[in-house]
Design a protein around this ligand. Structure first.
Ligand code: XMP
Length: 537
């Protein structure tokens, strides 16, 4: 039986990160809302309670009954999770004198405590909380402190309960993964047998059982998730998988041609549909971002369905849905910022069953599975690309000429990012390697990767409603600016603008202005998310 760790979600942005760290320890885990613990699942070997935007004493704070778990399974509370267990067992939690945020060091920790096995003195941890545990419940003991936080970590004497007020899941907690390993492997007894190879093997078998001799349809986007999904299904059922790849006319330069070529090389049975005329004529004159997204979503379903209907013996629809798309996260604000569009609403008369083989995987795991399946590296490391494509990167209405300008500028930016190599070490190198980028570490502890691989996502935005004056040769120009955007992120929930080298920016700006007709100015977007989103529309 596949062992699993359950992570209970109390609404913190870092909960998914805890999940990813545990998967990196080759251990399967599930993130569930705080009140949905699967009491009848015998495969659970341990429980983690995550952070929360609330204070434990807040009347609206999320409360959970742990009585059926306590004593039976090891529990680790992180931040709110630690404060919650302490507070609800007679301890005291109060607002910290000053908000404890940022790097701190464990000035002492209990030697010999299994949670701190192989820890080095003064280990750096990351704190992020407005409250602090000022008194522990009777019979519980402090097992680590920092200069300002006495109860940085605790343990219950009578039960397998631990709590840490810092965040072991974030990179700045240098031995955070070691702490999670100590909990998951030593305390909970994980066999660490969750790997890309074991995933491929069991998933191929499960897919064969699920779809039998039926035919399956899959919508390909050119992105890593749907591509890996297709290759996995192809391995399981071969030609009984039919893929549909729709060109809505707003893909990157030559993307339709190149991606079709890649898919054919991978042996996939793909139908390419050029529907650019339909999309572009339906979008003509439309400027409002949400309106644009809705038209593209609607047209996409129409085009996809028309193709799907032709495959009349299909019984299943496969989708490259991944775990972060499904996690029933506690959306505290409940507000929709952008309506992300993906395939949905298939013809009812087809009555297709849903097949989602990647639904348990995080993005970096999808990439590892892609490598395991022997897919080309450029498909695997491809940056995320939004369903509506360049439509949300052309501000204002869309024309073929504007798409052409943006494609040309974007092509220069992306190719330059791939060509420019950087040497990284320390924390920066760790981040890139943890994201699954293949690179060898030199004896000096350095890795060489391209700028493209160092960042999460890059894009070019055409400020089509703006024109400015320039000069080229002896001629006055009056053309559009483009904005370049490159961000670092782990999950696109939050993102920082990437600090690209000045010599790189100078060359890209020069190349774009000299080579792309219609552009005479290049800007760089230095906004973080939040408050700005990654895409401009
Ligand atoms: P934002 O702009 O909301 O984007 O910060 C977060 C991530 O989602 C991608 N994105 C989309 N992906 N359909 C998609 O499949 C969409 O409609 C869509 N809109 C944005 C975006 O590129 C970024 O990676």
């Amino acid at each position: 039986m596949q062992q699993k760790i359950i992570i209970l979600d109390f609404g913190s942005q870092t909960t998914q990160l805890i999940g990813r760290r545990i998967r990196e320890l080759n251990t399967f885990c599930e993130i569930l809302p705080y009140n949905k613990f699967p009491h009848d699942d015998p495969s659970v070997i341990g429980v983690i309670l995550g952070g929360s935007p609330y204070s434990v004493y807040d009347p609206v704070a999320f409360k959970v009954d742990l009585s059926q778990i306590r004593g039976r399974l090891p529990i680790l509370g992180i931040c709110y999770g630690a404060q919650y267990m302490s507070y609800t067992n007679g301890g005291n939690v109060e607002p910290a004198g000053s908000r404890e945020y940022g790097r701190a060091n464990l000035t002492n920790f209990e030697q010999g405590n299994p949670l701190f096995k192989d820890f080095t003195p003064n280990s750096q941890v990351w704190m992020s909380h407005g409250d602090t545990i000022t008194a522990l419940p009777h019979g519980w003991k402090t097992i680590a402190s920092t200069e300002t936080v006495t109860n940085a970590a605790y343990q219950s004497d009578a039960e397998p309960i631990w709590g840490v007020q810092f965040h072991p899941e974030v990179f700045h907690s240098v031995q955070g993964t070691q702490l999670l390993r100590n909990f998951v492997v030593d305390i909970c007894g994980s066999r660490q047998d969750w790997s890309p190879a074991s995933f491929v093997e069991t998933t191929v078998q499960e897919l064969r059982q699920q779809v039998g001799n039926d035919r399956v349809i899959l919508g390909l986007s050119g992105g890593v998730d749907s591509s890996v999904c297709a290759v996995l299904l192809n391995k399981a059922i071969g030609d009984r998988l039919t893929c549909i790849f729709v060109d809505h006319g707003m893909l990157r330069k030559n993307e339709f041609r190149d991606v079709m070529h890649d898919y054919e090389c991978l042996g996939l049975n793909v139908i390419g549909v050029d529907a650019s005329d339909k999309f572009l004529s339906d979008l003509a004159g439309v400027t409002e971002p949400e309106e644009k997204r809705k038209i593209i979503g609607r047209d996409f379903i129409e085009v996809f369905n028309a193709e799907a209907r032709k495959i009349s013996d299909a019984k299943w629809l496969a989708q490259g849905t991944i775990y972060p798309d499904r996690i029933e996260s506690l959306n505290i604000t409940g507000k929709v910022i952008k309506s992300h569009h993906n395939v949905g609403g298939l013809p009812k008369e087809m009555q297709l069953g849903l097949c989602e083989p990647l639904k348990w995987l995080f993005k970096d795991e999808v990439r590892r599975v892609g490598r395991q399946l022997g897919m080309p590296e450029h498909l695997i490391t491809r940056h995320p690309f939004p369903g509506p494509g360049l439509a949300v990167r052309i501000l204002g209405d869309i024309t073929r000429e504007k798409v052409r300008i943006l494609q040309d500028a974007d092509d220069i930016f992306i190719r330059s990012l791939r060509d420019y190599k950087v040497r990284l070490k320390g924390e920066e190198a760790r981040k890139v390697l943890a994201a699954g980028v293949p690179a060898n570490m030199s004896e000096e502890g350095e890795i060489e990767v391209s700028l493209y691989d160092q960042i999460w996502q890059a894009c070019t935005v055409l400020l089509a409603a703006v024109k400015s004056v320039g000069v080229m040769g002896d001629e006055r120009t009056y053309e559009h600016p483009v904005a370049l955007r490159a961000v670092t992120s782990t999950d696109a929930m939050t993102a920082d603008w990437a600090h690209l080298p000045y010599d790189f920016m100078a060359k890209v700006s020069n190349d774009i202005i000299n080579k792309v007709k219609g552009v005479n100015r290049v800007c760089y977007d230095i906004s973080s998310k939040p408050p700005s989103t990654i895409e401009w529309e």
